[in-house]
Design a protein around this ligand. Structure first.
Ligand code: NAD
Length: 260
């Protein structure tokens, strides 16, 4: 299905982004992976994608908090692989604290990485997609694009912002063969979730088990974490021709969380 297409997935050295990049590569797309982490582990991942799926995989270490680096990453991908047909805005970070104690630099960093990065990437990738009359833009938002939780002011604001950006760019590109959608997972077991457990324990005075059961999965009616494979499956479907009429959609994949 994706043979000959190029997919760029931000924040794909780990978790959801890595699963999406591998799923696209398995389907035949050349991929650009991006994100931080151990140099050798990233190279193993990149070369593993090439070996496992017979596609080209390049790595960009662009920092998603820096607009100029994002624009350069898109330009470099177009130069090296010929195009960016599928853009997945996935890089994200979290910080948990009451608003009056929320560090200003953490607010700025979360808005930059979780929201402004998607703007910079779309701004740079849309011209090529318009010229080729085909494009797929997917942002990993969150159930927090639809509802709030306490102590996550920056994250919830950024993810709600992604919903607005998605709808706006979907309208602007609808007549150009481009779809723009946001995927809104509930809790997915990844390093991002693991990292917020100690902060949530401190902010709410709870044990690790209480955080998992009473905070993380409290709102998820299935009482199970969403898997990265399920999210990658939806991200793959959105690139298909069958999904060409789905645009501007904010799609929940949250075990029923936002149905309540
Ligand atoms: P993760 O921590 O496993 O992965 C995050 C990725 O983003 C990593 O590759 C990391 O290196 C990269 N990254 C972080 N800062 C970066 C920067 N400045 N520049 C470039 N890359 C950067 O997290 P995840 O759970 O896979 O999260 C991926 C996305 O899914 C995020 O946008 C997150 O908000 C969203 N999400 C996660 C969950 C969940 O429960 N895990 C739920 C809903 C939404």
């Amino acid at each position: 299905m994706l043979k000959g297409k190029v997919a760029l997935v931000t924040g794909s050295t780990s978790g959801i982004g890595l699963a999406i990049a591998r799923t696209y590569a398995q389907d035949g797309a050349h991929v650009v992976i991006n994100g931080f982490g151990d140099k050798d582990a990233i190279e193993k991942e990149r070369s593993g994608i090439e070996k496992d799926f017979g596609v080209k995989a390049i790595y960009s270490g662009a920092d998603m908090s820096k607009g100029a680096e994002i624009a350069a990453m898109i330009a470099d991908a177009e130069k090296q692989l010929g195009s960016v047909d599928i853009l997945v805005n996935n890089a994200g970070i979290q910080f948990v604290a009451p608003v009056e104690e929320f560090p200003v630099e953490k607010w700025d960093q979360i808005i930059a990485i979780n929201l402004s990065a998607a703007f910079h990437a779309m701004r740079a990738a849309v011209p090529g997609m318009k010229a080729r009359k085909w494009g797929r833009i997917i942002s990993t938002a969150s159930a927090h694009a639809l509802v709030a939780s306490p102590f996550k002011s920056a994250y919830v604001s950024a993810k709600h912002g992604i919903a607005g950006l998605t709808k706006t760019v979907a309208l602007e590109t609808a007549a150009h063969g481009i779809t723009v959608n946001a995927i809104c997972p509930g809790y997915v077991w990844t390093p991002l979730v693991e990292k917020q457990i100690p902060d949530t324990m401190a902010a709410r005075g709870l044990t690790r088990e209480q955080v998992i059961k009473d905070v993380l999965l409290a709102a998820q009616p299935t009482k199970e974490f969403v898997t990265v494979e399920e999210i990658a499956g939806l991200a793959l479907y959105l690139t298909s021709d069958l999904a060409r009429s789905i645009t501007g959609a904010i799609l929940a994949i949250d075990g029923g969380w936002t149905a309540a």
